[in-house]
Design a protein around this ligand. Structure first.
Ligand SMILES: [Zn+2]
Ligand SMILES: [Zn+2]
Length: 314
């Protein structure tokens, strides 16, 4: 299971329908938070996102992307949390986040660890179990200096197991099948050794989810998003506001679509929508679909499931 819940999809300031930036990525029972705009904790309650998370990633430190961490950390403290919280962000993260979480008079009763990241860093998943099965790549974005985006890349999966071929090779159903599936050879009762070649197909790619945060369309995003199963790209404006997008370090919906096309992404979701657009933001979707068909625009509370490009069943 891999899904993304949009907690805030408005640019710069909240509106009645949209809160400021935040997104929860849930994978195999683990929750990762990307951005934490003001009011994110309430959006998490509203849309059923777990507070049992231990990592928050920030793309840059414009106020609409991080002010919510102040309140969220307090609430976690009130809940009696003891486990450490890890915060990641580009240069300046230590100063900004350390200040933010020390505001007020309460003491935070758990450790908060701030890590500064830069383009090219590969963050290995923390902990054990399913967390080992992916890494997070940090890439450069273009938003007036020092901003980054994040790509979650899953490890390759085992190839597809062909039960017919296993039977044909005389391997009885049972533990031997499991061994073959894991890529190991098996020795049958009659002494014959059967290798997984020809019974288990080639390794299959894991999923790739890419989040740009605020950015102009740029080559670094195209590179990071090559073949992405899901690209979440900001689209603050429509083409009518093209100049304004350029001046303010943002993208138009069409520009986001061009990035998705160049990256051969499977699906594009636009977010960080200016308050000037309606709830449905039809004009943004229409403009982007002319370039990249598999486009939708995020709404607060929207959940996007990310399936494998090659389904599990044979
Ligand atoms: Zn922003
Ligand atoms: Zn910004």
């Amino acid at each position: 299971m891999l899904s993304v819940t949009f907690l805030g999809t408005s640019a710069a300031r909240p509106t009645v329908e949209r809160n400021v930036s935040a997104l929860a990525l849930e994978r195999e029972g683990e929750t990762l938070l990307f951005e934490c705009g003001e009011g994110t904790q309430r959006q998490m309650m509203r849309y059923g996102v777990s507070f049992a998370l231990s990592q928050i990633f920030f793309t840059h430190f414009h106020a609409d992307h991080f002010l919510g961490v102040i309140g969220l950390i307090r609430t976690l403290g009130l809940q009696g949390r003891e486990e450490a919280m890890r915060l990641y962000g580009p240069m300046g993260a230590k100063r900004v986040l350390t200040q933010a979480i020390s505001l007020g008079v309460e003491r935070v009763p758990f450790e908060v660890e701030v890590t500064e990241v830069k383009a090219g860093d590969v963050l290995q998943a923390v902990g054990s179990g399913p967390r080992e099965a992916y890494e997070i790549l940090v890439f450069e974005t273009e938003h007036g200096g020092g901003s980054v985006g994040y790509a979650l890349r899953e490890a390759e999966r085992a190839g597809r197991f062909d039960p017919e071929r296993a039977r044909a090779a005389g391997v009885p159903e049972g533990p031997f099948w499991g061994k073959l599936q894991r890529g190991e050879g098996v020795t049958l009762a009659d002494g014959r050794v059967v290798s997984p070649d020809g019974i288990v197909g080639p390794k299959r790619p894991g999923r790739l989810v890419v989040l740009t945060g605020d950015t102009r369309p740029c080559a670094a995003v195209v590179d990071a998003a090559q073949g992405a199963d899901l690209l979440i790209h900001e689209a603050t404006f429509s083409e009518e506001e093209r100049d304004r997008a350029k001046e303010t370090g943002h993208s138009t919906a069409k520009e986001a679509a061009q990035v998705a096309l160049a990256a051969r992404a499977r699906r594009l979701v636009l977010s960080h929508v200016s308050a000037r657009y309606s709830m449905s933001a039809d004009e943004l979707v229409k403009e982007a679909r002319e370039v990249f068909k598999e486009t939708s625009v995020a709404k607060d509370g929207m959940v996007v499931d990310v399936p494998f490009s090659e389904p599990e069943a044979s």
